[in-house]
Design a protein around this ligand. Structure first.
Ligand SMILES: Cc1cc2nc3c(=O)[nH]c(=O)nc-3n(C[C@H](O)[C@H](O)[C@H](O)COP(=O)(O)OP(=O)(O)OC[C@H]3O[C@@H](n4cnc5c(N)ncnc54)[C@H](O)[C@@H]3O)c2cc1C
Length: 427
């Protein structure tokens, strides 16, 4: 692990072996140049290769270096804002299309894992845990809402029943989604990258796109080479920086932190989460956790607006873990890391096209494991000339953060402080 640029995470330490990948040198020609080898880029690349396109992926660091190789590993359906919010802000046809797609990402992951034999510890079952009766009311409506869109693998859990799936006394109930679940996120990305290469795609690592020459025949430049392509897909999300200024304007990178305990042993692990489901609570600033295949607890929470790296992650996250599981007070923390996701003001993803041939998807605002897999499919459809589903996303309204790039961080932090207070008092 010392020779890789991955953060010192549990995932990097337990990653499957991968072959070294080249740095781009000289000039190559391709149909589609994908910028970024996270789930958005890899999913796009896979769908395009399966449909006969030639694909070249440029990755600034290594496959899964960004959020895709650092996240909580929770397969959560729908978007960071749910379909009811979408229903209120767009017309019925667009809402129907977006609602129908809200449960597709998890299916794509499972299809990918099966088709390409990806070893990523896939487990079924995710729980949304209610800390108060308001949360419970929200979960009841969420169940009705999701069932309206044909999503049926849901079970409301009362106070007794949730104790059977998670040994935490703080919850008054919950919602179990058996089509949710969890994965080793970096190994999923690495498996998808291997699938890209098995279909003839090329991935260059340590090959950041530093400039895009726009026009009828766009060219992506790296430090030592260039890619001539018919189309470009920008999939750098929170790690993109200012490569495409239009995309930086309406989004904000945010950090969120994760810790991993030492192995708990089978018995303690089974006591905490007997069915091995993953859990997230219903707070705005939510806690999320799950077991790993070697029976550690991975626990995440907290948001740093503007994506500064906190000095002591364990000091921030461990107290949250102990609030949920005081029984872990003597358990050592083996890993702590941070990762960046991309927030939009609406918390809905930004999808679109710049000119005729530069496509992008970014900003899923927290819940992105399933959405990014769907995004790859939707972008690939658009490149093949089927843009109905792409347009449903592209037509979502997006606005800049108040205060512009200078003041967006304090404004967002203020908003989060307000919602944090509401969480604290169960409002
Ligand atoms: C700590 C953490 C926990 C999370 N937990 C969950 C969870 O449990 N469930 C869930 O649904 N979502 C979760 N998320 C969100 C989810 O991980 C992301 O939404 C998703 O992985 C984003 O994928 P992506 O491919 O769009 O971006 P990323 O995975 O960030 O990939 C972007 C890639 O682009 C590369 N790149 C950037 N700029 C360039 C450039 N100029 N040239 C070449 N390459 C470039 C980067 O190096 C990076 O590898 C979490 C996020 C974080 C940070």
């Amino acid at each position: 692990m010392a020779n890789t640029p991955y953060p010192q995470s549990y995932y990097a330490a337990s990653a499957n072996a991968v072959p070294p990948r080249p740095v781009l040198q000289g000039e190559v020609e391709t149909d589609v140049c994908v910028i970024g080898a996270g789930y958005t880029g890899l999913s796009s690349a896979l769908f395009l290769l399966e449909n006969g396109f030639r694909v070249t992926v440029l990755e600034a660091a290594k496959v899964g270096f960004g959020a895709s190789g650092r996240n909580g590993g929770q397969i959560v359906n729908s978007y960071s804002r749910d379909i009811d919010v979408i229903e209120r802000s767009v017309g019925p046809k667009q809402a129907q299309l977006l609602g129908d797609m809200a449960f597709e990402g998890g299916k794509i992951i499972r299809e990918r894992v099966a088709k390409y034999q990806i070893q990523c510890d896939l487990k079924d079952g995710g729980v949304f845990a209610a800390l108060n009766s308001k949360h419970m009311g929200h979960l009841e409506s969420q169940k009705r809402l999701w069932e309206r869109y044909g999503h049926t693998q849901l079970e409301l859990l009362d106070e007794r029943r949730i104790r059977e799936v998670v040994a935490c006394d703080n919850y008054v109930g919950g919602l179990l989604d058996m089509s949710g679940g969890h994965i080793h996120p970096l190994n999923l990305a690495l498996g998808e990258a291997a699938a890209v290469e098995s279909l003839g795609g090329t991935i260059y690592e340590h090959s950041a796109a530093v400039r895009i020459e726009r026009g009828a025949n766009p060219v992506v430049h790296t430090a030592e080479g260039k890619v001539r392509a018919k189309f470009i897909i920008v999939a750098g999300n929170a790690y993109l920086g200012n490569l495409v200024p239009e995309l930086a304007a309406k989004s904000m990178p945010c950090g969120t932190q994760v810790i991993t305990t030492a192995p708990l042993g089978d018995e303690l692990a089974r006591t905490l989460l007997p069915q091995d489901y993953c859990v997230e609570d219903c707070n705005y600033l939510l806690d999320y956790y799950r077991l790993t295949s070697d029976k550690r607890l991975i626990f995440g929470g907290g948001v740093v607006y503007g994506a500064r790296d906190p000095a002591n992650i364990e000091a921030i996250i461990r107290p949250k873990m102990l609030k949920a599981f005081p029984q872990l007070k003597d358990v050592k923390i083996d890993y702590a890391w941070t990762g960046n996701f991309l927030l939009t003001l609406s918390r809905l993803p930004q999808v679109g096209r710049l000119g005729d041939n530069i496509y992008y998807s970014q900003g899923c605002s927290g819940h992105g494991v399933t959405y990014t897999h769907l995004a790859g499919k939707v972008l690939a459809e658009a490149l093949r000339g089927q843009a109905e589903r792409f347009d449903a996303f592209a037509d979502l309204p997006h606005y800049p953060f108040p205060g512009g790039q200078m003041l967006r961080t304090p404004f967002a932090a203020l908003g989060a402080w307000y919602y944090g207070l509401r969480d604290k008092f169960g409002m």
